[in-house]
Design a protein around this ligand. Structure first.
Ligand SMILES: Nc1ncnc2c1ncn2[C@@H]1O[C@H](COP(=O)(O)OP(=O)(O)OP(=O)(O)O)[C@@H](O)[C@H]1O
Length: 506
């Protein structure tokens, strides 16, 4: 008989737990535990730490299964695997000296003389786990205050991969960045031979809601890398914590620093309204975004708020390319204030590729519309959805009215803001809710109909005035009414532009 015990610090444990949870014996068992996240405390341990010597394959990333039936503690489960008797149990190790917390051990017993049996079981578990987790990326945050023997990165979320084609950018941008990153990942030897640090930085800058963050997550999915969030403006962040977080990155990963300008301008950041990127026409014109770093011009009429951040520029530079900086990592940084960045931060070697994101062009708006109302593939499409509409049927519902044209920003926030600040508000309170309730059914448009509507939609969109997020927000309110979306767009545009003008005047 062979006994195998795995500790939670091994990714193998997760594979095995995942595998076990799919075994009929566990499914039928009366007593099981349900996990909605990886078993044990794997979430805090970066994947590269789990590498087990001699195990076939590359274990650089870890993925999770959302719901698992795993063995209850102290319960013993018996099952048959490929004609072999197998016993599984989970034990709690109360010795907390090294880890600071009780660990759990998965114990597997197998009736065999052949050690390869265990190895092939682990391999099978790993393959099943990989298949189950192929469509997600993990997002990690740096966690202070974890026990000294725990890993400092904690998994924050698991996200489905986003197809890169769903990010609509000016021609070739996605390809440029993706190909560059792929090429980089395959060039370790090139860097080593030349004594150049093996890391690469991308700086994505431009107006809010133009797809910077979405593109990064999408690229992470394409490259099969996890994302490690480094927030320079988070409470308590200082040079030491920054250095520690960067030093603790795994070898191949995407490190993401959003709003990198925030740290060095004593809290100058976007106002909270504009952080809701889908809500409004954003203020920065394309021109204002095309300044060179270091020019220190302001990019718009954004309000400012103070954030306590004690990261210094030299601290950031040191963290990025000091000896602690992790080799093989890809850094993505984003900013809406390119001009506010110090040239030292932007130089090649730290930020190798700078890419500007603009407000939507007509072409982008057209493609957004097309993608938005394209019939859903897969099981979400019900038979009712697939009813074709043609000719007059396309004129669904009422045509545009002033009410249809109202935007969310016309409603609650302004009313409550005025009320909170003691101003005399209208006697008529706003409705209990605004927005459009979620419905799934949209008419099934033929490709020709879709193209025609998309073209009509795009004609009404002024070049580079609205963010893609704002247009997406608009379309969301017409989720199942493509024709009305087209009919009302001119009215919405006029209204938004006039709101914008008023904001500037006041
Ligand atoms: N180019 C685009 N193509 C498709 N969708 C987009 C695009 N730009 C923005 N969106 C949509 O708008 C929303 C916000 O986008 P995202 O957060 O990526 O913008 P951002 O440029 O990172 O904004 P910020 O600077 O405010 O962080 C997302 O839901 C995204 O799907």
């Amino acid at each position: 008989m062979m006994t195998r015990e795995t500790k939670p610090s091994l990714l193998i444990t997760e594979w095995l737990m995942s595998w076990l949870s799919n075994q009929p014996a566990l499914r039928k068992a009366q007593n099981v535990s349900i996990w909605t996240q990886p078993p044990f405390d794997l979430a805090g341990i970066p994947p590269h730490m789990y590498m087990e010597a001699g195990f076939p394959g590359n274990t650089r990333r870890e993925k999770d299964i959302t719901l698992q039936m795993v063995p209850s503690v102290a319960e013993v489960y018996t099952l048959w695997h490929r004609g072999r008797w197998l016993q599984a149990s989970r034990i709690v190790d109360t010795n907390t000296v090294y880890t600071g917390h009780a660990e759990q051990i998965l114990s597997l017993r197998m009736m065999t003389w052949n050690r390869k049996m265990l190895r092939s079981l682990i391999q099978e578990a790993r393959e099943a786990h990989d298949i189950a987790s192929d469509n997600v990326i993990n997002v990690y945050v740096f966690e202070t205050g974890r026990h000294m023997y725990s890993m400092p990165w904690r998994r924050l979320a698991t996200r489905p991969k986003r197809p890169i084609q769903s990010i609509i950018l000016d021609h070739g941008i996605q390809k440029l960045i993706l190909e560059d990153a792929k090429d980089f990942l395959q060039s370790k030897a090139w860097y080593t031979e030349r004594g150049i640090p093996f890391r690469r930085g991308y700086l994505l800058h431009g107006v809010p809601g133009s797809g910077k963050t979405s593109l990064i997550h999408s690229i992470a999915g394409e490259l099969d890398l996890n994302v490690y969030l480094i927030s320079l403006s988070r409470a308590g962040m200082d040079d030491t914590m920054l250095t520690e977080s960067i030093a603790g990155l795994p070898e191949q990963c995407i490190a993401l620093m959003e709003d990198i300008d925030v740290a060095f301008h004593h809290g100058v950041t976007r106002d909270s309204d504009s952080s809701d990127s889908s809500s409004s026409l954003n203020s920065s014109s394309p021109d204002s975004q095309s300044q060179t770093p270091g020019a220190h011009k302001d990019t718009g009429n954004k309000q400012t708020k103070t954030i306590e951040s004690r990261v210094s520029l030299s601290g950031l530079l040191n963290a990025l390319d000091g000896i602690g900086a992790q080799e093989g990592r890809i850094l993505f940084a984003t900013t809406n204030r390119y001009s506010a960045l110090d040239p030292a931060l932007c130089r090649p070697g730290r930020m190798d590729l700078h890419v500007e994101f603009h407000n939507a062009s007509r072409g982008q708006a057209e493609e957004l519309f097309r993608r938005f109302f394209r019939p859903t593939s897969g099981k979400e499409t019900s038979t009712a959805d697939s009813d074709q509409v043609n000719g007059d049927d396309l004129d669904l519902g009422a045509s545009s009215s002033e009410e249809e044209c109202e935007t969310m920003t016309d409603f609650q926030p302004k009313y409550y803001l005025a009320k909170e600040s003691g101003m005399d508000v209208s006697k008529e309170p706003p409705p209990a809710y605004v927005g459009v309730t979620h419905r799934q059914r949209a008419p099934h448009l033929s490709p020709e109909q879709l193209d025609e509507l998309a073209a009509r939609f795009a004609v009404s969109i002024p070049e580079r005035k609205f963010s893609m997020a704002a247009l997406q927000g608009y379309l969301m309110t017409y989720k199942v009414r493509p024709v009305q979306a087209v009919e009302n767009i001119a009215c919405w545009v006029a209204k938004e532009l006039s709101n914008k003008k008023q904001d500037v005047i006041s």
